[in-house]
Ligand binder design. Structure first.
Ligand SMILES: [Zn+2]
Length: 71
């Protein structure tokens, strides 16, 4: 069963959650073990998903290093 890491956006407490893919898709209802907040955000390795509406992978892959003018 995969493990997901979540961080509380209120107190930044991190917690690991084990959940099946099906449970994950339905949406996990998590509560911070420290402060009880339900504002838990998943931590992704690389942490590049949040606020990545600009730039990033918005087009065809044109080079892993992504320097300017790489296309
Ligand atoms: Zn918390």
């Amino acid at each position: 069963m995969p493990t997901y890491e979540y961080v509380c956006t209120e107190c930044t407490e991190k917690t690991e959650v084990q959940a099946s893919i099906a449970e994950k898709v339905k949406g996990l209802k998590l509560t911070c073990p420290k402060c009880g907040s339900k504002k838990m955000a998943q931590v992704f390795s690389g942490f590049s998903v949040l606020g990545s509406s600009r730039g990033g992978t918005g087009g065809p892959i044109c080079g892993p290093q992504g320097g300017p003018g790489c296309c």
